[in-house]
Structure formats: structure tokens, C-alpha cells
Design a binder for this molecule. Structure first.
Ligand code: FAD
Length: 574
């Protein structure tokens, strides 16, 4: 299909001049999407697509980003939430990936200190299980070397006694000692969202709940945009662009098939599940990388009120829209955790929540799933559609640079000059101007003087979650003190966060606010059931939901939590 492209461009939009970071009204974004002839249209708002849109926007290009659900709603909010070199990949000999990942780890701790936190990990070693201590030591030495001096601290060997002093829950007769090493943790959904927010601040038009249903071609057969369906209004319309990049993760083959029904599948989907258990049942003070039977490396990570356990790595061939942790997978994680933390004696009834997701890997015939490369790849279709797949959360920025360097070649042939990426030193939206510690102290001071309803603990929580943008959440409370109420007893999340998510962070459903803008889905007792009515009331007020919409939103959230508990027949957690 071809027709004269619309001509409206960024010069006639002024929202990128608005102060602060936030999304313009969806209606305005839809108008811009329809009227603009973009340089690049990115399909898929997971970490990969969000980073590509951000990269393209830093190059001064006209960028559109469309996502069929919510930002990060695919694999990108269901990772182990590590920004790491990946000790596992040293075992498989992928030194290049580890090197790049460690270099990105260092960069992200500087550019997004509120989202990427260096933290000490423990690595226990056992008699007749996992790797011997000397090999662990050797591997960690290589890890330190590959970090080229950017490791917050070098690894250190620990005796059995030293290890148990740090982490008594590791007490087990087979424990021989171990090591401590540095890596980093993140909030994957927020890392994705801040990529999108930054792209928007640079003029990109980013709209969620838009599903790509087909490709548009010019007279020569080159891909020049997509047909999208607005899943909120049911209306379809074209979005035109000089280059189309698909960053649709596990759905990448489906989008390639939309483009060319004869194309062969290229993906191998590797499923990984996580479970959370109450921190009181498995108390760990820092992340622990522990060996499972069969040589896999699993993690137990403290995440506020819960400990996160993960993950598995198995082939998957089921529905992409109903990926759930199954009973044998949950039993496997609990069994391995019980081997490592015998006193915990975890059972199914301890599970607060589960989540499952798919790694979009490129097929490598003859390889086991766990040996399949985690490096990113760019596939180029005959019509010029670029598909970016594979990769890691950790390497998202570098993947995006590579993808846009490739897209630049397509744009150059169309007379568009493309400058170099500017993400190498560009801070993320919530990155504080000072150190994270100073910024947290400053937010606590501001809260104490302007919103006395917010105690220091809550202010600290807001500062860590939103970075410098926490001030905007405090402003909401200053305008309406009722918004300082906690959403769930005993957790720091407050009502103002729901309003902020709807007003500034493009949240459009209960799952958006409870699973991705906050973490109640996997951190709160009953997966945030206690907060459901209040969150729905706040969203209704912000987004003008009808009573019917409010009810269907609550039902949809309940379905999602039931899927998370399907492994035990959907029964409520304790
Ligand atoms: P996705 O996040 O799935 O995004 C694709 C998006 O495309 C989705 O939001 C989807 O809705 C959208 N989409 C699909 N079809 C369409 C369409 N037709 N129109 C519009 N939009 C569409 N990496 C790390 O660095 N650290 C970790 O700790 C880590 N842990 C992991 C643990 C597990 C279990 C898994 C599975 C992966 C882990 N990874 C980790 C890898 C990392 O999470 C993934 O590589 C990354 O999230 C993939 O992001 P993506 O954007 O490519 O895919």
C-alpha cells in the first residue's frame, strides 16, 4: 500500500518542551501518530523497543513507539531484575557477552543510580554439589578482570563461618565456604519505563495499547510503516515511517509472519519462572547465587517484604499470552531452595506469587536450550523490516545502538542523515543530580518540611523508586494529604503513586499500577488484593472509567493473579 505521507512533524508538537518527564495526553499522541511521517517506527515497548526508541530520539530522529499492552508488559517486567555480567555465561564460555555486560553494568550504575544498585552477592560452595571453591574463585577472578576495574569491589573468599555470619539461613552440613562478589540489581519495569519517558522527552511519540496488525509497503515493496489497532477504541489506522524496527521479543516471529506469511520461524523460546516467598520464611540480607542440581545457577534475592527465587530455563511451545509457572517448575525451585536453605523448609503454601516469561533467543540447531546464546541479533527481512531479538536487560543500551546503526543505513539511502547515538553519557529521567545518598536525604528533608504525613521510611522508598522524580509524588500529597495513605498495611507504597502512575507514567490498567509501576502483584500478601478497590477507585477518578470498566478491570486483575497461582489450582495465597 502506498500514498502520500502525512507531513506534520515534531516542530509542530511542543510537548517535548514541557518541564519534567511524563506522557502527554493519549489523544494528542494518537493524533501525532496519525499525522506524522516518522523516520523510525519501533514496534514493541519492552526494554529492547524502549531503548531503541530512546537511542533513535537522541540522534534527532522522528520516532514512534507502539506497544500492544503496557510498557514492559511482556518479558521485561518478569526478569530476575539483575544488571549483571552473568556468571552463568562464563560457564558457557561467552566471554564477549560477559565483558559487554559488565561494562554496561558500570555505565548504568552511573546513568541510572536510582534504578541500578550495585550490591554484594554471596556464592556458597558445597561438598559434592555445584562447583568446587577453587573453580568458583577462579571464575570470580575472571569476572573481576573483565570488569576492568569498574567492579564496586573485588570478590573475596569466605570461610564457612564467615559466610554463615553474613547469612545464617545458609546453614547446611554440606556447606564448605564460598565467596562474595559484586553485581547489580534493578527494577526492570521502571528501567523500561524510564527509557520510554526519556524518548518522549526528546519528542518521540509513544503509545501503548496499539497493536501492529500488518505492514505497509511503498511502491517498491519496502516496509514503510504498519497498520495498528487501537485496543482501547477498536479503531485501526496506519502509522507511516521510513524504517520499521520490530522489537517484539517472544512475538517477533508472529510479526515477521505478518510481514511475510512464508517466512521461517527463527526464535527459540526459553521459559523462566520465578516465585516469591515472604522474607520472614526465607530471610536473606543480600542476593545469593546458589548452585542447583544439574549445574544451573539459581538466585535468592531480597526484595523488601519477599525473597525472590529464580529461575528456570526450559523450551516453551505454548500460548504466548498465557505463560504461567506450572506445579513441577515451582516444586523444582522450592526443592533447590530447600537444599540451600534447609531450615526454611519451604512448601507450596509459602509462595506469595509466581511470574513466568520467555527469553526470545535465536535458534541454534543442536544446542541445549541453556547453551543457546543470549546475545542479541538483528534480522533483516527482504522488505527492510528490522527485527531485533535476543539480548539481555543488562545490554539493552548497546543493543539499541547496534539496532539504530543498522537502521541508519536504511535511512541514509533515503536521504536522511543520522547522527551518532547520545546514550553513552545521557542520564535517565529520575537520575539525581547529586549522589543517590544525597538525593535520598534531600527527598526525606523535603517530605519532612512539605508533607509531614510522609514519614522518613516512605520518603526513602519514594526516593529509591522514582529518584529525583519523587518530588512530583510528594507534590501530589501536598495537594491532597489523603494520598499519603498506604495501599497495603506494612508496605511503603502509597495512594499517591497510583495517581502519579496514571497522570505521569501512562498507566491504564490495574495490572499496570499493581504489577509494574508498583510491585504489589509479587510483593504484597494476596498479591495486592487489599489495595484493589482503592487502586481501582483512584484509577477511575484519573482516567474517567465507567462503573462497568472499573468492574472489568478488577476482574482482569483477579484473572492475572489466578494465573500466577495456577500451579496450585488458583488457590489464594495465605
Ligand atoms: P519483551 O519485554 O517481551 O517486549 C516485547 C513487547 O512487544 C511486549 O511488550 C509485547 O506486548 C510487544 N508486542 C508484541 N507484539 C506486538 C504487536 N503486534 N504490536 C505491538 N506490540 C507488540 N536479563 C538481564 O539482563 N538480567 C536478568 O536478570 C534477566 N533475567 C531474566 C529472567 C528470565 C526468566 C527471562 C525470561 C529473561 C531474563 N533476562 C534477564 C533477559 C531479559 O529479561 C530479556 O532479554 C528482555 O526483557 C527482552 O525484552 P524485549 O523487549 O526484547 O521483549
Amino acid at each position: 500500500m502506498s500514498s502520500a505521507p502525512p507531513t506534520k512533524n515534531r516542530a509542530s508538537r511542543d510537548w517535548h518542551l514541557n518541564p519534567g518527564f511524563g506522557f502527554p495526553p493519549r489523544t494528542e499522541r494518537l493524533v501525532a501518530l496519525e499525522r506524522t511521517f516518522f523516520d523510525v517506527l519501533v514496534v514493541g515497548g519492552g526494554i529492547t523497543g524502549a531503548a531503541i526508541a530512546r537511542d533513535a530520539a537522541t540522534r534527532g530522529l522522528e520516532v514512534a513507539l507502539v506497544e500492544r499492552e503496557d510498557w514492559a508488559s511482556g518479558t521485561s517486567w518478569r526478569s530476575t531484575k539483575l544488571i549483571h555480567g552473568g556468571l552463568r555465561y562464563l560457564q558457557t564460555g561467552n566471554v564477549k557477552l560477559v565483558f559487554e555486560s559488565l561494562s554496561e553494568r558500570s555505565r548504568l550504575t552511573r546513568l541510572a543510580p536510582h534504578l541500578v544498585h550495585p550490591v554484594e552477592f554471596l556464592f556458597p560452595a558445597y561438598r559434592r554439589r555445584g562447583l568446587p571453591t577453587w573453580i568458583v574463585g577462579l571464575g570470580l577472578t575472571v569476572y573481576d578482570l573483565l570488569a576492568l576495574g569498574h567492579s564496586p569491589c573485588l570478590h573475596r573468599r569466605l570461610s564457612r563461618e564467615e559466610l554463615l555470619r553474613l547469612e545464617p539461613a545458609l546453614e547446611s552440613p554440606a556447606l564448605t565456604g564460598g565467596a562474595a562478589y559484586s553485581d547489580a540489581r534493578t527494577d526492570d519495569a521502571r528501567l523500561t519505563l524510564e527509557n520510554v519517558l526519556d524518548a518522549v522527552s526528546l519528542g518521540a511519540v509513544a503509545v501503548s495499547r496499539l497493536e501492529v496488525r500488518g505492514l505497509i509497503h511503498d511502491a517498491s515493496g519496502a516496509a514503510r510503516g504498519t497498520e495498528v489497532l487501537d485496543r482501547e477504541s477498536g479503531r485501526g489506522f496506519p502509522v507511516r515511517a521510513r524504517a520499521v524496527v520490530s522489537a517484539t521479543g517472544p512475538w517477533a516471529d508472529a510479526v515477521r509472519l505478518l510481514d511475510d506469511p512464508d517466512t521461517l520461524p527463527r526464535l527459540r523460546l526459553a521459559k523462566g519462572i520465578h516465585v516469591t516467598v515472604a522474607a520472614a520464611r526465607l530471610p536473606v540480607s543480600r542476593p545469593i547465587a546458589f548452585p542447583a542440581s544439574g549445574g544451573r545457577l539459581l538466585f535468592a534475592i531480597p526484595e523488601g517484604p519477599v525473597t525472590l527465587l529464580g529461575t528456570t530455563d526450559t523450551d516453551y511451545a505454548g500460548s504466548l499470552d498465557e505463560v504461567a509457572a506450572e506445579a513441577p517448575e515451582v516444586a523444582y525451585l522450592l526443592k533447590e531452595a530447600n537444599e540451600t536453605f534447609p531450615a526454611a523448609n519451604l512448601t507450596e503454601s509459602d509462595v506469595v506469587a509466581t511470574f513466568a516469561s520467555l527469553r526470545p533467543l535465536l535458534r541454534e540447531p543442536g544446542k541445549r536450550v541453556e547453551d543457546t546464546s543470549r546475545e542479541d541479533a538483528i534480522l533483516v527481512s527482504p522488505d527492510g523490516l528490522l527485527t531485533v531479538t535476543g539480548g539481555k536487560l543488562t545490554t539493552h543500551r548497546r543493543m539499541a545502538v547496534r539496532a539504530m546503526d543498522r537502521a541508519a543505513r536504511l535511512l541514509t539511502t533515503q536521504g536522511i542523515a543520522v547522527s551518532a547515538s547520545r546514550t553513552e553519557s545521557r542520564k535517565f529521567p529520575g537520575a539525581p543530580a547529586t549522589s543517590l545518598e544525597e538525593s535520598i536525604a534531600s527527598i526525606i528533608r523535603i517530605a519532612a518540611s512539605s508533607t509531614p504525613q510522609i514519614d522518613a521510611g516512605t520518603a526513602d522508598h519514594l526516593a529509591r523508586r522514582y529518584g529525583s522524580r519523587a518530588v512530583e509524588v510528594l507534590e501530589l500529597v501536598a495537594g491532597n494529604s489523603a494520598l499519603s495513605r498506604p495501599l497495603c498495611a506494612g508496605l511503603p507504597d502509597i495512594e499517591a503513586e497510583i495517581v502519579f502512575a496514571a497522570r505521569r507514567e501512562d498507566a491504564r490498567s490495574l495490572s499496570d499500577v499493581l504489577a509494574r509501576r508498583t510491585h504489589l502483584f509479587w510483593q504484597a500478601p494476596r498479591q495486592g488484593g487489599e489495595a484493589l478497590d482503592r487502586a481501582a477507585a483512584l484509577m477511575r477518578e484519573e482516567l474517567g472509567w465507567s462503573e462497568q470498566r472499573r468492574e472489568s478491570e478488577i476482574a482482569a486483575y483477579r484473572l492475572e493473579t489466578a494465573l500466577s497461582r495456577r500451579f496450585r489450582g488458583g488457590a489464594n495465597p495465605p
